[in-house]
Design a protein around this ligand. Structure first.
Ligand code: UTP
Length: 485
């Protein structure tokens, strides 16, 4: 009888001879540089990693994106994209009212799911753990995931719904994310309504196109971008599960924006009423070169062009009235038709959103087995972005919202889009809702709220809702922490 070990090493030897030829053909044979020094288990792990890669599909990508670094293609004709305004004009008041009704109807019937992409590494924030576990609310220090969970619970209570929440993780943070929900008892949601699935990965490359090794027996893989969610939804079975449950719309948000309205009846309703397959929210930019994507009509199709790809002349252009011509910033809030995602990914083997190239610092092991900790970007990572699905969508819709109401992402440790700015903006919004509801809010001379204010999503989901539910004036203490829950 052969021993188990013997069998394993023999099958590894077989796999090795098959893969060696492939690696040589695709100029990636350095991945086996340390083979002789690896244990059997390590050899198995390395072969498993190698087998995950479709080398044939990568060849062209490596040539154009990694070695040559082709700029991202932009359309020839670029025009501003039309959008529905934040404040509806007289012509749109009835349509918005119908949309809210339609959205509430879909929510009530659980035809909508909440979806959060949370597979990123959050390197700029430098927080040790999944970003959703980052504490952000001004009074109670609630983590991002708790705010979203309470938004769903609040929505369920308000409309008598029982919504599911899908969360995309990555191999790097899947276990920690699930554990965080278990430790916190799903923040009051039913565990079976919170569905996790993992996104795909992409290897990191040296500038010459060679795939990097993270360890002598492990390939350096990282998450393949938030655009990876489309295929991951299909491959994980999440899409099939949604279809079986009769879900029509997927309400997409990113994990780092504590102000986002995870489930917005107006947005969902407009999406459905207009027959859009993929809808997006926009806000006016703060300056011409703000680092957000721009909604445009590119050769007649709605799309997002990244700030780094929009020619500066266009970014600075003005219309006849002196307004910024390209003023529609993308804030990564979307509604996608479940059927649209199915249609896009039907031919799994051939579907791919375009890849965006980023130059990054990637620690790795070189051919001699030395660990390299680069000080400067040394590697290329390729990521897919969700907004690149918009040009494929029929009747794509864009709805304007307000920055103060809905956008303050936590991206950086300090400065712009940081913990400090997000806490400040949450505080401002809570004070503004209370003020709009007609309550006496202590403000300082410069208009800053005097104190800390936080409104639980379990109490109210927006300013109008707060007015409905707060029938007696709350006691708001100047210079103190005020929590309404
Ligand atoms: P970012 O583009 O801000 O990337 O992600 P990041 O990885 O979180 O942060 P940095 O760039 O390393 O500092 C925007 C959203 O997309 C998700 C993130 O979790 C966040 O919600 N994302 C990003 C994924 O789900 N997968 C990815 O591969 C990348």
């Amino acid at each position: 009888m052969r021993s188990k070990n013997w069998e394993m090493s023999e099958s590894n030897t077989d796999r090795l001879s098959r893969l060696r030829a492939t690696l040589r053909q695709h100029r990636q044979d350095h991945l086996l540089a340390h083979w002789e020094t690896l244990s059997d288990d390590q050899r198995t792990a390395l072969l498993d990693d190698i087998e995950q890669i479709n080398f044939r599909a990568l060849d062209e990508l490596i040539e154009t994106q990694v070695r040559q670094g082709h700029p991202f293609p932009i359309p020839r004709d670029i025009q501003p994209a039309p959008f529905y305004p934040f404040e509806p004009g007289i012509d749109l008041v009835a349509k918005y009212a119908d949309a809210v009704k339609k959205g509430i109807g879909l929510i009530r019937k659980n035809k909508v799911v909440a979806f959060t992409v949370a597979g990123g590494q959050g390197t700029r924030l430098g927080f040790d753990g999944p970003k959703g576990a980052f504490r952000i609310s001004p009074v109670k220090n609630k983590p991002l995931f708790q705010l979203f969970a309470e938004h769903i619970l609040g929505t369920n209570r308000r409309y008598g719904a029982d919504l599911s929440w899908y969360i995309m993780t990555s191999p790097q943070n899947d276990a920690a994310t699930r554990a965080f929900f278990v430790e916190n008892d799903y923040f009051g949601l039913q565990g079976e309504r919170v569905r996790f699935f993992q996104q795909g990965v992409m290897p990191a490359f040296a500038r010459d196109g060679r795939i990097l090794l993270d360890q002598r027996h492990r390939i350096s893989f990282s998450a393949d971008g938030h655009g990876g969610c489309l295929l991951a939804m299909r491959r994980s079975g999440a899409l099939a599960e949604m279809a079986a449950a009769g879900v029509e719309a997927i309400s997409y948000i990113q994990v780092d924006n504590p102000l986002v309205r995870l489930i917005d009846p107006l947005f969902i309703g407009l999406h459905a009423l207009t027959g859009s397959q993929m809808s997006s929210k926009t806000i006016p930019k703060v300056d011409d070169l703000e680092r957000v994507g721009n909604f445009v009509l590119g050769d007649g199709r709605t799309m997002v062009i990244e700030y780094s790809d929009l020619p500066e002349k266009l970014a600075r252009a003005r219309d006849d009235r002196g307004h910024r011509l390209f003023d529609a910033g993308s804030i990564a809030i979307h509604v996608l038709d479940r059927g649209f995602v199915e249609q896009l990914t039907a031919d799994e083997g051939h579907f791919a959103l375009p890849w965006h190239r980023a130059s990054k610092k990637v620690a790795h092991v070189d051919d001699t087995g030395r660990r390299i900790e680069p000080r400067e970007p040394n590697a290329i990572k390729l990521e897919a972005f969700i907004f690149d699905a918009i040009p494929y969508a029929a009747r794509p819709l864009i709805l304007q919202t307000s920055r103060a109401e809905e956008f303050s992402p936590v991206k950086n440790a300090t400065g712009v889009d940081s913990e400090a700015t997000a806490r400040r903006d949450m505080n401002h919004r809570a004070a503004a809702w209370l003020h709009a509801a007609g309550f006496e809010v202590p403000f300082r001379n410069g208009g800053e709220p005097d104190g800390l204010f936080e409104i639980s999503p379990l109490l109210a989901l927006d300013a109008g809702h707060l007015r409905e539910v707060l029938t007696t004036p709350p006691r708001l203490a100047r210079g103190a922490a005020n929590y309404l829950g």
